[in-house]
Design a protein around this ligand. Structure first.
Ligand code: AMP
Length: 581
């Protein structure tokens, strides 16, 4: 696949002009100097960096958050507004005697109250934990109980449908704040709007140590219950620098991150990073819809767009070149995260938007982007790019008893990160042992397998748990899925290893066909033949099943382990994040 140079028609000099020289000279302390810190040297608080400091400066009246409602009506909140409203929320928590470190959960769609509650909770030095509003009662229960929730912000409807029935089992949950209820029902179920009206809009953030807990994000493991990754206020430095160097925020930018805050991307980049960098953050209340999304990019004059491979693949399925149909004159950067971005998709970006889509890699535990493609760097389609300046990533061989770094280029191993970047998670809540197991000495083991090429680019191979061992080869599902995606009949593909007595595992693919293609035996043979040519017979799938939709998490990740469990008739494990379509 050809490498691509980034030369969009919009000429704004990127913040990261030269990767090699910035990496060499990078200094965390110097970057920390671009944050304000709490007045009076009282520490570092995410919400102060995100709104407090801007509300006092030249960005006071800049639109911080533009909320697009389902009916397309738009409501703007300036930095001043967000600061004032989040202070009210912090005062509400004080009036309820909610203390530092106590957990405030949310269960709402993407409505302003969610963003206000997040910032207000951070101001109050309590810990914010956003949940997807589409969760059913059981995943909600697991998270509220495991996370020691004291307060839940939700809507009347979600409360009635999903939470009310759990209250007896949640004795520590002290307050339910309903966003759309005018009156308090009793001492426990309160009207948030009433409390907000009564609260003062002035609030002094208490001293905040950068190590004070700030955010709790649940992430599903392959086995067992979801884990609560705990993040601290100091993470804001990572949000700031990734906003600056990866998302390339400049004054006047209009940024749209399509992720829901129920997933870490929707918090780190759907709330914190754009605000810390003083740009305008678009929030769309509605779910994915191609026409709606293109219209938002056009109408809101989005300049930087951060989305996910699932969405991109859905857009690719529609035979349309958005740049010919919509006026996207301000769009100058598109980034993607969450899953491997197939080379096909990177290239499609060129055709559809006039720029390659820049992949980046990170995970709940890392709290912020760790490896990325940058505007000023040659793009190798299919590669995740290079580590952030200041972040050390490597490939390692990890066994039960051993650990050593692999220095040889292009050799597959565990993707590991050197401890100490500011947004590293500080624990799995109540699971110290599980946390400790993620580290070997100074290195954090990410659970992903990857390779690093001669030029320092990282290439995703697969989650360690998803790797297929077939006839002595280690096959990453991503390379097979990417090859399948190049076949014109294939809309999406997911690949698993199916146990086989002879060769260990056979490569099996689940394929969603493009509209208009018949799911016949001939189509199967044609796709298998195509894959054999691309990948060779050892790696190409031996079996293909056609499937209408791939099981995915609510954040858009293909649940390969679920396909495997279903294929083998095994228990499905934790499916709380499964998108029900
Ligand atoms: P989560 O913690 O739910 O955000 O999931 C993180 C995982 O998603 C990573 O460990 C990877 O397995 C996968 N992931 C995220 N971004 C990428 C990417 N750009 N390429 C490949 N896999 C990715």
């Amino acid at each position: 696949m050809m490498n691509i140079e980034n030369n969009t028609s919009i000429s704004i000099e990127p913040n990261l002009k030269n990767y090699a020289s910035l990496t060499k000279s990078f200094d965390w302390n110097k970057e920390r100097g671009h944050l304000d810190g709490l007045p009076g040297n009282k520490g570092l608080n995410i919400a102060y960096e995100a709104v407090g400091r801007h509300a006092k400066g030249p960005n006071k009246n800049t639109v911080a958050l533009r909320w697009i409602q389902k009916n397309y009506a738009v409501k703007d909140f300036s930095y001043h507004d967000l600061d004032e409203l989040s202070s009210r929320f912090a005062n509400v928590l004080s009036s309820l005697n909610i203390k530092k470190g106590e957990k405030v959960f949310s269960l709402t769609g993407r409505i302003p109250e969610l963003y206000i509650a997040a910032l207000g909770t951070l101001k109050a030095t309590s810990v914010f934990c956003p949940m997807f509003s589409v969760f059913g009662p059981e995943p909600i229960f697991q998270r509220l109980s495991k996370g020691d929730a004291r307060v839940l912000v939700t809507t009347k409807e979600l409360f009635e449908k999903k939470v009310k029935q759990l209250l007896d089992r949640l004795p520590s949950l002290q307050f339910i704040l309903l966003t759309d209820e005018k009156q308090h029902a009793n001492k426990k179920i309160l009207s948030l709007s009433k409390l907000m009206e009564e609260a003062s809009g002035a609030y002094t953030i208490p001293p905040t140590d950068p190590e004070d807990p700030a955010l709790l994000h649940f992430t599903s493991g392959t086995t067992g219950m979801p884990k609560g990754a705990l993040h601290v206020h100091g993470a804001v430095l990572m949000h700031y620098i990734t906003g600056k160097y990866v998302l390339d925020f400049h004054e006047g930018d209009v940024f749209w991150c399509t992720a829901d805050p129920g997933w870490v991307t929707g918090t780190s980049y759907g709330i914190i990073a754009p605000l810390v960098n003083g740009v305008t953050n678009i929030v769309d209340e509605e779910e994915f819809d191609a026409v709606r999304w293109y219209s938002i990019l056009e109408q809101q004059e989005v300049s930087v767009w951060y989305t996910a491979p699932t969405a991109i693949r859905r857009l690719m399925r529609i035979d349309e070149i958005p740049k010919d149909k919509y006026n996207l004159h301000r769009l100058r950067l598109i980034c993607s995260v969450g899953e491997p971005l197939n080379p096909e998709a990177v290239i499609w970006g060129e055709k559809a938007f006039g720029m390659p889509i820049l992949d980046n890699w990170w995970q709940t535990e890392t709290g912020g982007i760790m490896i990325a493609n940058y505007l000023s760097m040659i793009v190798k389609p299919g590669s995740m790019g290079k580590p952030l300046p200041g972040v050390e990533a490597a490939i390692a061989e990890v066994t039960d008893s051993g650990f050593h770094l692999i220095t040889e280029a292009n050799k597959q191993g565990h993707l590991v990160l050197k401890k100490g970047w500011p947004s590293m998670f500080r624990n799995y809540l109540h699971e110290e042992e599980r946390y400790k197991k993620c580290f070997r000495g100074d290195w954090y083991i990410t659970g992903d397998l990857a390779k690093k090429d001669e030029e320092g680019y990282f290439w995703f191979v697969g989650r360690a748990d998803d790797i297929i061992k077939t006839s002595g080869h280690m096959v990453g599902p991503f390379e097979v899925e990417s090859a399948l995606m190049e076949n014109p009949a294939v809309a999406e593909a997911a690949v698993i290893g199916k146990p086989d007595p002879l060769i260990g595992e056979i490569v099996k693919a689940f394929v969603v066909l493009k509209k208009g293609t018949e799911p016949t035996e001939n189509t199967k043979l044609e796709i298998i033949g195509f894959a054999r040519k691309k990948l060779g017979p050892a790696v190409a799938p031996k079996e293909i099943d056609f499937i209408d939709v791939l099981p995915k998490t609510k954040s858009g990740k293909i649940l390969r382990r679920l396909l495997k469990a279903r294929e083998l008739g095994l228990p499905e494990g934790d499916v709380s994040t499964l998108e029900q379509s």
